[in-house]
Design a binder for this molecule. Structure first.
Ligand code: NDP
Ligand code: GDR
Length: 328
């Protein structure tokens, strides 16, 4: 019999790639989808990957325990991937309470539902490198102390610890993946890599002339979402639940990432990029650089896609999108 997976956040970047990955492994895939005014367009990522009709979407919201309990009773999942969150760091200063309710307390909602309906399931929590915040060690690993720098990161830290707590308190199989930034052509347009790939495509096609960015000296450890969803699944196949850093081990400035994108289409970023303080954050995470050694040693996970190849893939996808939309 095929295994059954329940994914929250299935309409997001990782939810789409994880669905594709699990379908490839023969899983039956169910996803939680919230009702919204955009009904009909929110599964565009699943459609982009050609899998929208291969997954089952069920109405629910992490703010509503009863909806999650009902979905778990219906689906009886073997594996639960909690990817839903208010995931944009900047928005977390504008909507700190919503961020806490969904990104933090929402994790307890998931764990409580699992504890009462499906205690033998394997649970994955989407923790984040943002929890490290202020740099304290050159490379961040599972033992690096946390120092969150945004309401989002504070909320993720709660989600991380409540996952560990339910594992230790109730013996649940609950693992937490501390994932560093990962991107793809399906990345939300508000995040910097996609903002850059989209901006470069527009400029190349004559649809725009400038790209306004904030702190381009910030450094991130960027990988490809396709590689990272594989790590989520691998974590849940281990005998014991545990926490793992998933990263490439290479860090790059926003400036250099941006240069790769402009160079790819034969443009000079200095002719187009404008620094706009409107995109500065109240508190910044200056550098992130992960040490994924534990995941490599435990289940042989390594990042396969180089940043340069990923940025080119993203720019090419945005060129196609804008050419199709504008007829250029
Ligand atoms: P996205 O922002 O692309 O997706 C977030 C998902 O959460 C969407 O499907 C969204 O639904 C859903 N969601 C938001 N609020 C609710 C709610 N109240 N109830 C149910 N679903 C909700 O994020 P990513 O795919 O990039 O990331 C997946 C997870 O991993 C997130 O938790 C993120 O914080 C975390 N993470 C991401 C990293 C990255 O670099 N991508 C790195 C580390 C952690 P809708 O479509 O309706 O908005
Ligand atoms: P991040 O991703 O905050 O790391 O969170 P984002 O791409 O938003 O920012 C990365 C860095 O780029 C700098 N930056 C800009 N960022 C945006 N969005 N827009 C700009 O114009 C801009 N200019 C410079 C930022 O200041 C920052 O330093 C992502 C999310 O996916 C989280 O959910 C996840 O937990 C972390 O990655 C790991």
């Amino acid at each position: 019999m095929s295994k059954c997976a329940l994914i929250t956040g299935i309409t997001g970047q990782d939810g789409a790639y994880l669905s594709q990955f699990l379908l490839g492994k023969g899983y039956e895939v169910f996803g939680v989808i919230r009702r919204s005014s955009h009904r009909g367009v929110e599964d565009h990522r699943l459609r982009w990957l050609g899998i929208a009709d291969k997954v089952t979407l069920l109405d629910g919201d992490l703010g509503d325990l009863s909806s999650i309990v009902r979905i778990m009773q219906q689906v009886q999942p073997d594996e639960i991937y909690n990817l839903a969150a208010q995931s944009f760091v900047t928005s977390s200063w504008q909507q700190p309470i919503l961020t806490a309710n969904i990104t933090a307390v929402g994790v307890t909602v998931m764990l409580e539902a699992m504890r009462s309906v499906r205690p033998a399931a394997h649970f994955y929590q989407a923790s984040s490198s943002e929890m490290f915040g202020l740099i304290q060690e050159e490379k961040q690993s599972e033992t690096t102390p946390f120092y969150p720098r945004s309401p989002y990161a504070v909320a993720k830290l709660y989600g991380h610890w409540i996952t560990i707590n339910y594992r230790e308190s109730f013996g649940l199989y609950a693992s937490s993946g501390i994932l560093f930034n990962h991107e793809s052509p399906l990345r939300g347009i508000e995040f910097v890599t996609r903002k850059v790939s989209d901006g470069v495509a527009r400029i190349k096609l004559g649809l725009a002339s400038e790209l306004r960015l904030g702190n381009i000296d910030a450094k991130r450890d960027w990988g490809h979402a396709r590689d990272y969803v594989r790590a989520m699944w691998m974590m849940l196949q281990q005998d014991k639940a545990d926490d793992y850093v998933i990263a490439t081990g290479v860090t790059t400035t926003v400036r250099d990432m941006c240069r790769i994108a402009f160079d790819h289409v034969g443009l000079d970023m200095n002719d187009h990029v404008i620094i706009d303080p409107a995109f500065y954050r109240p508190a910044e995470v200056d550098v992130l650089l992960g040490n994924p050694e534990k995941a490599r040693a435990k289940f042989n996970w390594v990042a396969e896609t180089l940043l340069e190849d990923m940025i080119k893939e993203m720019v090419d996808a945005d060129l196609v999108r804008h050419r199709d939309a504008s007829g250029r």
